[in-house]
Write a protein that binds this ligand. Structure first.
Ligand SMILES: Cc1cc2nc3c(=O)[nH]c(=O)nc-3n(C[C@H](O)[C@H](O)[C@H](O)COP(=O)(O)O)c2cc1C
Length: 161
């Protein structure tokens, strides 16, 4: 399985050489089927990669848990194992809301949670999460579209209609 992780490690090693392991992080999506990606044995390939990344002492791994922007319960990779194995920061992503994120950090599943769609829809997401304020709902029709619509026109808190 090692050869399938080799290219990722070559890039990581080049980055480490340039800026030091403490400034390097990587995002892994072991089981996502996005863009027709598939792997016959994600645990072996990504498990090896997680172990190698741990040896290198990089700052963080950002894990897309499940199908990017879709189901979280995709089999094939043990994210809890990755959390235990990798001693750097574990950043969790995919389908998290505020309550799930708090639970993930408080339970020790993750050191931090990354938000995608909620950030697109909420220019002030951090403040809203801190206050437990209502969130704008992302509009999937304007994802991946050119131009500013759907990227810079969601209202900030206080300006919401
Ligand atoms: C408009 C849009 C563009 C995205 N572009 C990328 C991308 O270029 N590369 C990538 O790995 N993920 C991309 N993603 C996926 C997000 O980074 C994230 O993994 C996904 O939205 C799940 O997180 P969420 O549930 O917090 O939104 C994109 C998502 C959206 C909605």
């Amino acid at each position: 399985m090692e050869h399938r992780a080799r290219f990722a490690l070559e890039v990581v090693d080049a980055c480490i050489t340039e800026i030091g392991a403490g400034r390097v992080g990587i995002r892994l999506s072991p089981v996502t089927p996005s863009n027709d990606i598939s792997d016959s044995n994600p645990q072996a390939v990504f498990g090896y990669l997680v172990e190698e990344l741990n040896k290198r002492g990089i700052a963080f791994i950002h894990f897309v848990e499940g199908a990017t922007g879709g189901a979280r319960d995709v089999p094939g990779f043990d994210f809890a194992w990755a959390r235990k194995t990798f001693k750097g920061a574990y950043i969790a992503n995919n389908g998290y809301d505020r309550a799930m994120a708090i639970q993930a950090v408080e339970s020790g599943h993750a050191d931090a949670v990354a938000f995608g769609r909620l950030f697109i829809a909420n220019p002030d997401l951090v403040q809203r999460l801190k206050k437990n304020a209502p969130l704008n709902v992302p509009n999937p029709k304007t994802f991946y579209t050119p131009g500013p619509v759907g990227y810079i026109d969601y209202p900030a808190l206080g300006n919401a209609a």
